[in-house]
Design a protein around this ligand. Sequence first.
Ligand code: SAM
Length: 253
Amino acid sequence: MTGRLFVIGLGPGNPEQVTPEARAAIDAATHFFGYAPYLDRLTLASHQTRHVSDNREELSRAGAALEMAAAGRTVAVVSGGDPGVFAMAAAVCEAIEKGPDAWRAVELIVVPGITAMLAVAARIGAPLGHDFCAISLSDNLKPWELIERRLELAASAGFVIALYNPISRARPWQLGRAFELLRKHLPAETPVIFGRAAGRPDERIELAVLGEADPAEADMATCVIIGSRETRLIAREGQRPLVYTPRFAGEVR
Ligand SMILES: C[S@@+](CC[C@H](N)C(=O)[O-])C[C@H]1O[C@@H](n2cnc3c(N)ncnc32)[C@H](O)[C@@H]1O
């Protein structure tokens, strides 16, 4: 007998940004796997059990959840934001690909959530209003040279860039290096948004320009959005400027 595995996106941190579909999945599951800060966001009933694991143990966490689902339980793996964006849904798929046949029989339901870049963008206007990409600055699972290449190509091709995992204690210099590279392709006045803890009580949204952007503005809870050549500011009396990327680009109007 096989069970079900939900991979649930809890959104950026604001309870109002947890979708009704995610709430229903949380109600349905009896076993919850995840990193403690995400599990801490849930209010569980007495018949629901938490299985906490460290942030870096994604694959073994996915395997443990699949094992329990394959045994017939209704299991949930939780992620912040969207589970498919630099998060657990890919780890679960990877575990299924590498794991025993029984794991392929598990009913897998990925429940989307609001990802960080969307929560940050919504706070300041519409910086992702035209073509954009998301790049993780973490070189834990890919070489730094590949990140540099993607940054340069994305900036020169005109994409707005959302940077996830911009900085950590183990990766202190990468964001500064990324800004240096981007300055080669973009004007100094290009808007840079430091969106920290969007949707949480300690939210902080700061606006800078690329020429002066200071990596110290970012921490592990920050999503950094760097505009394209088209991204612009609208000044407003007594309010923060709006940042937006128009719906048109190039010669087309
Ligand atoms: C491992 S990734 C997980 C992303 C997540 N699955 C999502 O869709 O937002 C962690 C990174 O997401 C970004 N992040 C997550 N929550 C955030 C929030 N509330 N505000 C700003 N950035 C956030 C930060 O860049 C952080 O380093």
